[in-house]
Structures are given as structure tokens and as C-alpha cells.
Design a binder for this molecule. Structure first.
Ligand code: G7M
Length: 331
């Protein structure tokens, strides 16, 4: 990491979010595209030996008025328990990564079964390549991030991968600094590779998902010394996901979410998925219309979703946006 950062040549800011305190930067490392994301860390309130206030090292008052006082402060930091920030580097970054991290206009899309088959499914088939899913393969089979794995269940199979449909691995998500339990963010990757996303789920997967949900809720609290209980975990999948190998997000319920990660239009609770599978016909999620948020930089937007949205709005009788007049025209 140190070496990557020292070689990073900044080009431009991709995104900056004052609420999540995250900035994403585009640049080069050895002439290859790189994305550096810096996120200011949250306070570690679990550390009883050090209250957050005693970490204040120096202050400079901004103002005081009656009973109100405010200042800027320097905090004591150490890399193990009180890091200042979390740094993520993607290198070499692909154009897909760059577009994903760049600030962009968002739209609500109604993905009908027909739209899925015509536009999305062919694109998904292109996405599920070994290169794009290498990080998943590395965790499941090559020992990557091994020391961080919280729980690994081969589901009775001695050789994971062969006949281990029920097996899964739980480990800290790349988004979590691993320090503040308030921000606990884990990801569960399943061994089976015949389910790419929510769209591939059928009623016969229901029992498998119930089992997964129950095991995640039993195991995760135990792994964190019961600091969190089973009903304090927000367990969900993304639709659309960024990676087309089925995985589940497991997040502290208090976590407000980074960006749109747990917002309506992206996250679907696993409990709701299980419930829906009990109501849907044989085709399962292939029969449903799924409505979600998509950015204009997403390849699917230009590959057909933009046209589909325009047609849907017209069909629904939603008036077109009036042309925006510039100042001279309107006066
Ligand atoms: O949006 P989607 O459901 O596809 O989310 C995938 C999740 O996997 C995100 O929350 C990422 O932060 C996480 N993730 C992505 N990569 C490349 C890695 C990785 O290499 N390791 C870990 N632990 N999590 C990752």
C-alpha cells in the first residue's frame, strides 16, 4: 500500500461526499489507471480505556455564544485502534471501475422481465468473467484474505467447490476498517456458482437461503463476542450487484450506509427475498419487475436502459421535462 500511494500521480477528483467523508481520486501508478478512495474513520466507542473526548489533543475555538461553544480539534491517533482514515486502492483500475466511482446523474429504472432478457441478461453474461470475479475466486479457493475470514463453512464437503452448494465464507467487506463495530460490514460469499444475482433465484432456492440466513445470524454475533445480536444485523443483497457471483451483505443495523449501498432502490433484505420466493411462480425472480437506481455511467444505461426509461415514462403518461430556458430567453 505505501509503495502504491507514493507512486500515485493525481489526475482528478472522481467524487467527494461530505456526509460519508469519502473522497475518490483518479490518477496513475506507473502509467496505469488507479483509483484511491480515502474515508475518514468513525470514532471507536467500544474502546473503554479511551473516551472519545480524552482523545482530543489540541483545539482552536471557532466561537462561543451563551452556553454554546465550538472549535476544531486534533485527535490522538494510532494505527491499530484509532486510525485517521481508511484507504482503498484499485490498481490497475478498469474503465468500469472509473465510471462506477465517478459522480454521476442517477435514474430510477423499472427492469421488467422482458427488459432483463433483452438488455440486461446478455450484459450480465459478459460480466461474469474470471477476471472480473478473480477476487471472489481468490477468497473461496486461493486463501486470499484468509486471516480475515470470520467463518468458513464447506457444508460437509472436504473439497470445497465440489458438491458444496451450501458452503459459504463470511469475511469483512472491503468497505469496513475492521475497527468500529458501529460500522461493521461483512460480506458472505457462497461457494456455489450457479446463482449470479437475485434474478437467478427460484422457489427451490428458498430453503437454501433460509439456512444461510439462519447460519449468518447464529455465527456472526458469536464471532464478535455477542456485542451485536442477530436482530441487529441488516442482511441484504444488492440489485443490481457490482459482481455477478451471489453474495450477501451483513451490516450493523446502526450503520447508516455508505453512499446508496443500503438505500431503497439498491438493497433488498434477504428476509424479503425469502418471502417473495414463497409467493412467486416457478420462474422465481425471473418473473418479477425490479425497480432500482442506476447511474448514467453504468454501461447498461447506454445499452438500452435509457431508452427503456423514456418509453416507460411516456407509457405512464408522465409529462416530458419542459425545455430549460436560459436567462436571456426567459426575460
Ligand atoms: O454491489 P455488490 O453487491 O456487488 O457488492 C460487492 C461487495 O463486495 C461490496 O460491498 C464490496 O465492497 C465488496 N468487495 C469488493 N471487492 C473487490 C472485495 C474484495 O476484494 N474483498 C472483500 N473483502 N470485499 C470486496
Amino acid at each position: 500500500m505505501d509503495s502504491l500511494l507514493s507512486r500515485f500521480e493525481f489526475v482528478r477528483v472522481l467524487d467527494s461526499n461530505p456526509q460519508t467523508k469519502v473522497v475518490s481520486l483518479y490518477g496513475h501508478v506507473d502509467d496505469q489507471p488507479a483509483i484511491v478512495t480515502l474515508e475518514k474513520t468513525h470514532f471507536n466507542t467500544e474502546d473503554a480505556s479511551c473516551s472519545c473526548v480524552s482523545a482530543v489533543q489540541e483545539t482552536r475555538e471557532i466561537a462561543a455564544n451563551d452556553i454554546y461553544h465550538w472549535a476544531v480539534a486534533l485527535l490522538k491517533q494510532d494505527i491499530l485502534h484509532h486510525p485517521a482514515a481508511k484507504v482503498n486502492v484499485i490498481w490497475p483500475a478498469t474503465p468500469v471501475h472509473v465510471r462506477k466511482y465517478e459522480q454521476q446523474a442517477l435514474h430510477l429504472v423499472r427492469e421488467t422481465p422482458e427488459l432483463y432478457q433483452r438488455v440486461v441478461a446478455p450484459w450480465v453474461a459478459e460480466q461474469a468473467t474470471p477476471a472480473r470475479l478473480r477476487w471472489v475466486h481468490n477468497i473461496l479457493y486461493e486463501g486470499a484474505e484468509q486471516e480475515r475470514v470470520v467463518y468458513r463453512d464447506f457444508a460437509g464437503s472436504a473439497a470445497p467447490g465440489a458438491g458444496s452448494d451450501d458452503g459459504f465464507v463470511v469475511l469483512p467487506d472491503m468497505k469496513w476498517d475492521g475497527v468500529s463495530l458501529d460500522a461493521l460490514y461483512l460480506v458472505a460469499l457462497v461457494y456455489r456458482d450457479d446463482v449470479r444475482s437475485l434474478r437467478d433465484l427460484r422457489p427451490h432456492h428458498r430453503d437454501w437461503l433460509i439456512g444461510l440466513n439462519n447460519r449468518i445470524r447464529a455465527v456472526v454475533p458469536a464471532c464478535y463476542n455477542y456485542a451485536l445480536h442477530a436482530d441487529e444485523l441488516r442482511i441484504f443483497v444488492h440489485y443490481p450487484p457490482s459482481y455477478y457471483h451471489f453474495h450477501i451483505h451483513v451490516v450493523n443495523i446502526r450503520h447508516p450506509g455508505l453512499g446508496d449501498g443500503i438505500a431503497a432502490g439498491r438493497a433488498v433484505l434477504l428476509e424479503d427475498v425469502i418471502e417473495s420466493l414463497g409467493l412467486l411462480g416457478e420462474g422465481g425472480y425471473l418473473e418479477r419487475t425490479l425497480t432500482y437506481v442506476i447511474g448514467e455511467n453504468h454501461e447498461l444505461w447506454s445499452r438500452g436502459l435509457q431508452d427503456a426509461v423514456a418509453r416507460q415514462l411516456e407509457k405512464d403518461g408522465i409529462p416530458k421535462r419542459p425545455p430549460v430556458l436560459n436567462r436571456e430567453e426567459s426575460s
